[in-house]
Write a protein that binds this ligand. Structure first.
Ligand code: KIV
Length: 272
């Protein structure tokens, strides 16, 4: 029996802050298309993230960098058409907000206007403060993202755990506080030590949603295709697989091939 909290008719940014204050954990998963979003929303997931991980999962790119604003809008509008309850947050893709706050606002407005999403997410701290401010001033809710920020993968050089050293941990804590003060309604914290993540979550009023950040935070996010076991080759320690869809789907495809080859499909009842 699911513990999905159906009493919230619609999840808003305020609902998430209320959940944190009541000690209720927030569930968040990705979706990039209508069919998956419909299942995720119907299951009672609180936040649906149209992540720029679509670049890897949907398009097969090695990083999140190549995905475009138009492509994100396409994915986001497909997701929004399916949603009845969840809050829909959309990633601003690489290169659409870092250069100046006006460009950030233009990109955020396009996402909100053309997809119907409820909020946007940007990666980074102090360096994008003005972009966050400008976007918030236009009435667009912003979710932050700190720790391992995949759009900076070429700066980091690896996807290993961030902020293990004191200097980076201190920077991260300052950035988290700055994002809260600037007005972000929540922060994703990716791949950082659990102790640090818990400390950040305890020191802020806004929810911290972790991925590879331990259980001491206010909610969890995973890439849906990973937790369903569709992406076979991706095996980080933080990932719990709830299904083995790679095996399940391969088995179904083998059976279909056999049925077609043997003339077993379609049968008498499956034709006109
Ligand atoms: O793009 C994405 O899916 C994300 C999550 C991993 C948090 O940013």
């Amino acid at each position: 029996m699911s513990t999905a909290k159906k009493e919230y008719k619609r999840i808003t940014t305020k609902t998430l802050v209320d959940m944190k204050s009541k000690g209720e954990k927030i569930s968040m998963l990705t979706a990039y298309d209508y069919t998956m979003a419909k299942i995720v929303d119907n299951a009672g997931i609180d936040v649906v993230l149209v992540g720029d991980s679509a670049s890897n999962v949907m398009a097969g790119h090695e990083t999140t960098l190549p995905i475009t604003l138009n492509e994100m809008i396409y994915h986001a509008s497909s997701v929004v058409r399916a949603i009845t309850r969840s809050l829909v947050v959309v990633d601003l893709p690489f290169g659409t907000y870092q250069s100046d706050p006006k460009e950030a606002l233009r990109s955020a407005i396009r996402i909100m206007k053309e997809s119907g999403a409820h909020a946007i997410k940007m990666e980074g701290g102090k360096e994008i403060k003005e972009s966050i401010k400008r976007t918030l001033n236009a009435g667009i809710p912003v979710m932050g993202h700190l720790g391992l920020t995949p759009q900076s993968i070429y700066k980091f050089g690896t996807y290993t755990v961030r902020a293990k050293e004191d200097a980076e941990a201190e920077r991260l804590k300052k950035d988290a506080l700055l994002l809260e003060k600037t007005g972000c309604f929540a922060i994703v914290l990716e791949k950082v030590p659990a102790k640090l993540a818990e400390e950040v979550a305890k020191s802020l009023h806004i929810p911290i949603i972790g991925i590879g950040a331990g259980g001491g935070v206010d909610g969890q996010v995973l890439v849906t295709h990973d937790m369903l076991g569709m992406t076979h080759e991706f095996n980080p320690r933080f990932l719990r697989r709830y299904l083995d869809m790679f095996e399940g789907m391969t088995g179904a495809f083998h059976k279909y091939i056999d049925d077609v080859k043997n003339g077993d499909f379609p049968n008498e009842k499956e034709q006109y």
